[in-house]
Design a protein. Sequence first.
Length: 297
Amino acid sequence: MPKFTNEILRIGTLTAPSAARVKALLPLGFESFQLHCGDSVLALDLKKTALEIKEVLGDSGVIISALGVYGNPLESGPKDLETLKSFELLIDNAKHFGCDIVCGFAGRLRGKTIEESIGRYKEVFGPLAKRAKDNGVRIAFENCEMGGTWKSGDWNIAITPAAWELMFDALPADNIGLQWEPAHQLVKLIDPIPQLRKWVKKVFNLHGKDATVCHDIIREHGIAGPKAFAYHRTPGFGDSNWADIITILRQNDYKGSIDIEGWHDPVYKDDLEMTGQVHALNYLKFCRGGSYVKDPV
């Protein structure tokens, strides 16, 4: 297997924190792996898992780009407290995986507005941001609304630019940022390109996920009708101009990864899941400009 040498902007994928899964995916050409840990890592031996995965990666040059836990750390139920503890454990153990990003939902007070959740957000993520800084770690918030709105929801307040303004004003920490993707913007009928231009300095990690907006359905049924007007896609099958996205990233000295978030495409799923993901991998590499070529002179 050729060793990966381009360390400027990697194209990877999300996978479970499993050495066996990483080993199976490694030959497909992914350049990074984000480990998706569900809503809790309490059942994992993180140091042992990190060692097993690093042994699998060997001298391939492929890295672990981020660790993710996706629950609600702002509430106080048993699972919520597990998610909060999981943030702490991932921050403390990120170094064993050789990465410096822990990502997830920002959480929210259930059934409350985003404004009503900001105080609790600051109370929880203030100490987490300091803990992360002490460990050389950055925290990146995923933007999935999980069915929530500005007025109410169960999982996440980091869903719109207006919410980001409130969050970053309440907690102006340099190591708190975004795990961004165009899909979550498109399904809200937001143009992702100007948004990325404005917020790119706060983007620590990208999810490689796109969306298709069905303007014919919107014209006939609106956005509250019986038919879905937008759906998530694997990159290469959606509406986003990934060459523009990558250009904006390069113009702003982004040196992270774009990690493909599969398992959402309504067509490339089940037996076609990895066909879609490898297509996305090759498509994003093409949009990046192809393989890294060192000047021979």
